[in-house]
Design a protein around this ligand. Structure first.
Ligand code: AMP
Length: 474
């Protein structure tokens, strides 16, 4: 279920005759990370070629378009806006020509000082074409006095704060960069003699590429005809990869920080069951993201896990609702209860998170109407009390239900018989249970704790995240 939108996904490939086709497939596997727009830029050694559009990957590209995207190197992007408005001019990869030639860039993340940088650049005469924070990086690269591309990128990224997993493409180079905290994922693999880079390893599986490793936090990788070169130009800081990728965002068949997302989610469910056991007849997941946690919960308490909620995967943008409005039309379009599973049962609903609380409230109502005797809500993450400024689209703090209501009040609001959230320590236990922490491995949990590891410079300008660059007409 989703009331909010995901952020972005990136994919890149170097040295393959079918670069555009494979990028298309890579983006298809990353579609869960952004459904608003998608784009591919290819490089044929002389020039860059681009196709970008609003919509889903399979709607945007066809054989003719793919064939026109010539070259052995490519980068691609799927987008949901976390900064900048949602329209055509903000589609990525961004492609520019400057005095060093052509450059394309694809970004997953959110800079926390983009507004500050943009103000500064505009005062120096820069003109911006889009409202995305990503364009700031391009202006900084163009401004740099360095000769080599990688040094220009280092110059630019040294000025940027916050979250970025980036891919750059020039006629000769593919460059991957990950911010020093490693907020957003980025992995590298091989397909024959070609290198591939992607937000998540699930993109490698579809094209038959072999997973090599994570792009390390603070690492810049340059791939060109000389092979692969790795740079670590930034001062080392404590890693703070987004824990919510593990809880909700990433695809369960991906590996993050060398951990199976599916296995971690299952462990989150097991730990949740230890922390908040309940006597019940059936466990029901909120599909799709609640499924692995519900399996773990059921296994731990030895209570059957059944498909009591069905999700429709074919939701388009708008629906024509009959004039005589149907009760709970919106939620029923996405989810429906299977009465056979629920009737006369004590039901535990397992979901990965509560954001505004509206989904949970509707689900509890739906399950009661399907005849449940009791409805217990269990959430495989802690109460979400703080907004994310590092690339996940969460609403403002005021809209987060756990920011203003206590556990009892939320339980009352969503009308469940009981409510249990996983503890913050519980996340750590679940991750460790699956696989020991790698040395130095640590996670950003600011959405639960308010412990922001990178300063939010722009917030001093009193900005709402989604309106980063929107201005009144002047
Ligand atoms: P809400 O009605 O706002 O409480 O939404 C809770 C539901 O949204 C849960 O089922 C989550 O799986 C899902 N969810 C949580 N975070 C996000 C997000 N950033 N984007 C989209 N969906 C989300």
């Amino acid at each position: 279920m989703s009331t909010l939108k995901e952020e972005c996904g990136v994919f890149g490939i170097y040295g393959h005759p079918e670069a555009s086709n494979l990028t298309y497939l890579g983006l298809y596997s990353l579609q869960h990370r952004g459904q608003e727009s998608a784009g591919i830029v290819t490089a044929d050694g002389y020039a860059l070629h681009a196709h970008r559009q609003m919509g889903l990957v399979t709607d945007i590209f066809n054989e003719e378009i793919i064939n026109k995207l010539k070259g052995k190197n490519a980068i691609g992007h799927v987008r949901y806006s976390t900064a900048g408005s949602s329209d055509n001019k903000n589609t990525q990869p961004i492609l520019v020509t400057f005095d060093k030639g052509e450059l394309a860039i694809a970004h997953n993340g959110n800079l926390t000082n983009a507004r500050t940088l943009r103000n500064e650049l505009e005062q120096q005469g820069s003109i911006f074409q889009s409202t995305t924070d990503t364009e700031v990086i391009i202006h900084l690269i163009a401004k740099s006095q360095e000769e080599k591309l990688v040094n220009r990128i280092i110059y630019a990224l040294n000025r940027c704060k916050g979250a970025y997993s980036l891919l750059f493409l020039t006629p000769e180079n593919l460059v991957a960069a990950r911010d020093p905290n490693g907020f957003r994922p980025l992995v590298i693999g091989k397909l024959g003699n070609s290198f591939v880079v992607a937000s998540e390893s699930c993109a490698f599986e579809l094209i038959g590429a072999e997973y090599l490793r994570e792009v390390e936090p603070g690492e810049i990788i340059v791939i060109n005809e000389n092979g692969l070169q790795s740079f670590k130009p930034f001062p080392e800081v404590k890693q703070s990869s987004c824990v919510f990728e593990l809880i909700y965002f990433a695809r369960p068949d991906s590996y993050l920080n060398n951990k199976s997302v599916y296995q971690v989610r299952k462990q989150l469910g097991k730990q949740l069951a230890r922390e908040h056991p309940v006597e019940a007849d059936v466990i029901v997941a909120v599909p799709d993201s609640g499924v692995p946690a519900a399996m773990g919960f059921s296994e731990e308490l030895n209570i059957p896990n059944e498909m009591g909620l069905l999700r429709s995967h074919y939701i388009g943008r708008t629906f024509i609702e009959p004039q005589q409005s149907i009760r709970d039309f919106g939620v029923k379009l996405k989810l429906n209860a299977i009465k056979e599973v629920i009737k006369d049962k004590r039901v535990v609903i397992v979901d990965d998170s509560i954001v505004r609380g509206t989904t949970s409230r509707k689900i509890v109502k739906m399950v009661r109407e399907a005849g449940a005797k009791e409805v217990h809500m269990r959430i495989s993450s802690p109460p979400m009390k703080f907004s994310c400024f590092y690339g996940i689209d969460t609403p403002s703090r005021e809209e987060l239900i756990a920011n203003s209501l206590s556990l009892d009040e939320i339980n009352h609001y969503i009308t469940s018989d009981s409510l249990g959230y996983l503890s913050i320590e519980g996340i750590q236990i679940a991750i460790e249970n699956h696989k020991k922490y790698d040395e130095g491995e640590s996670y950003c949990n600011a959405c639960f704790t308010g412990n922001y590891t990178v300063e939010i410079t722009d917030s001093k300008l009193n900005l709402k995240q989604l309106n980063l660059f929107q201005r009144k007409n002047i």
